[in-house]
Design a protein. Structure first.
Length: 482
């Protein structure tokens, strides 16, 4: 069963269940209220008649053959007058159910077997002195009836009882109410089906369109935009899928650039390796062969750095966040920084701890990339750190040509470089590490570092306070590395 049909069935079943529950409750409440009203009316009629108009002393003396006596005819006239309000009335003995006076054919001493099932109700009427009613029972004419019983007042025996029979007139309007509720339930079902179809078309239709769009994306057909002019949850899902499509296109483009850059970067060292290997095999002296072998090792090291850069950017960046004095990471990176061009590196760190919740190895990698990037274009690099507005700030400045304004928005994108060598991934890795720490990286001019020119990269890391004493680097000094 597809979603559209399931949506329709569920909503229809819910409407039917709700209508059925409401109808059942309404029917039972109405039936109970009307039946209680009938019971009360019958008890009032029976109790009133039992108190006036009937003479229990004369009634108890009646026997077979007294149908013409004054006591019988007078009491029977009272019962016949009572039939204006009820269908029939009887005065009988509660013990053996023998009739004394009835509104029907006068037969004194007849056993009223119709009351046999209702001895408990008769006994209840005698005990409470007010009266009682029976449950509904069907008559021979198909209608529903009730009996009501009330003891005669001033009866010395206490067993002379008046019984009356009346139809339950409320059954007919109650049946009409039931039919109305059933019709309302059917109408609710039809409306629910129509509403479910409308809602399912409004929800399932767009979802089917998004499903087709997802299949297109899965098959690599990324040229078609995911568009849905809605502001609800389905619209937000469509916007998320469109962002996903754009992200996949961007990653595909980066992958193509990466593959092209890998091929380009590796081709040059491989060409050099081939050239130097051929020259080394033809070298006439050991010194020349050693010089060429050294060049081969340098080309291998260059290949290794290129591969490490690509792997460093392509792999996820797992971050082990813990309270860290970033001065230690900065010192470690400064000692690893290599400057084949004689670049002068200065480390300026405060005596106070620069505490952040960070991964020390990742911060060392970040600073090392910034130092190598600066050393490639300058002769002097200054590394410093401070706490500013609750954040730890690491600055790497150089006296190189600086970063043009038009390049500052793109310099952290992968494969963006103006150098003859390098894959353009160093600064992309820096931003990736900073983002993984919940921080950020910015580039500006090196005027604040006292160099007068060049570029300054600033890395902002979330600070961490009140965690106790941390291991300390040899802080509070200004040292130079060459």
């Amino acid at each position: 069963m597809n979603m559209r049909r399931r949506y329709t069935v569920v909503l229809a079943l819910f409407a039917v269940a709700l209508a059925a529950l409401f109808g059942l409750v309404a029917y039972q409440v109405a039936k109970g209220a009307l039946e209680r009203e009938l019971d009360q009316r019958l008890i009032w009629i029976a109790g009133g008649a039992a108190q006036v108009g009937l003479l229990p002393d004369l009634i108890r003396q009646l026997g077979p053959g007294d149908e013409e006596s004054l006591g019988f005819t007078g009491n029977r006239a009272s019962l016949v007058g009572l039939t204006e309000f009820v269908d029939a009335a009887w005065v009988f003995d509660a013990d053996d159910l023998t009739a004394y006076v009835t509104s029907e054919e006068p037969v004194i001493g007849t056993t009223l077997r119709i009351f046999e099932p209702y001895r408990a109700e008769i006994r209840e009427a005698i005990e409470n002195g007010r009266g009682s009613t029976t449950r509904l029972f069907p008559g021979t004419d198909g209608r529903s009836y009730k009996y009501a019983f009330a003891p005669l007042v001033n009866d010395p025996t206490g067993t002379t009882v008046l019984g009356i029979e009346a139809p339950a007139e409320f059954i007919q309007p109650l049946a009409r109410l039931r039919n109305l509720l059933v019709g309302g339930g059917v109408l609710a079902l039809l409306l629910a089906v129509v509403l479910a179809n409308v809602l399912s078309a409004n929800v399932v239709g767009p979802l089917e369109g998004l499903s087709r769009a997802a299949l297109r994306i899965q098959r690599g057909r990324l040229d078609r935009k995911v568009e849905l002019d809605r502001v609800d949850e389905v619209g937000r899902l469509a916007n998320a899928m469109e962002r996903m499509r754009v992200g996949i296109m961007e990653r595909d483009e980066q992958l193509r650039l990466m593959l092209a850059q890998v091929a380009h970067e590796i081709r040059n060292p491989l060409g050099g390796l081939e050239l130097f290997a051929t020259a080394a095999s033809d070298a006439e002296t050991p010194e020349e062969r050693e010089r060429l072998m050294r060049r081969i090792r340098e080309e291998v090291a260059s290949l290794n750095r290129i591969i490490n850069d690509f792997l460093g950017y392509a792999r996820p960046t797992p971050v082990d966040m813990e309270p860290t004095d970033v001065r230690i990471a900065v010192e470690a990176a400064a000692h690893l920084a290599l400057s084949n061009d004689g670049t002068h590196v200065e480390v300026m760190l405060p005596r106070e701890q620069l505490t952040a919740r960070a991964d020390r190895d990742q911060i060392k990698r970040l600073v090392l990339n910034l130092m190598r990037n600066a050393a490639a274009v300058s002769s002097r690099v200054v590394v410093s750190g401070e706490v500013l507005h609750g954040e730890v700030v690491i600055r790497v400045a150089d006296d190189g040509p600086g970063v043009p304004l038009e390049m500052r928005d793109r310099i952290f994108e992968p494969f963006t470089t103006d150098k003859e060598q390098g894959a353009g991934l160093g600064l992309a890795i820096v931003r990736k590490v900073a983002d993984a720490h919940g921080g950020r990286v910015e580039v500006g001019d090196a005027t604040e570092s006292g160099l007068g020119r060049g570029a300054e990269f600033r890395v902002y890391l979330p600070g961490f306070e009140d965690f106790g004493t941390m291991p300390s680097a040899d802080g509070g000094s200004r040292r130079s590395l060459s």
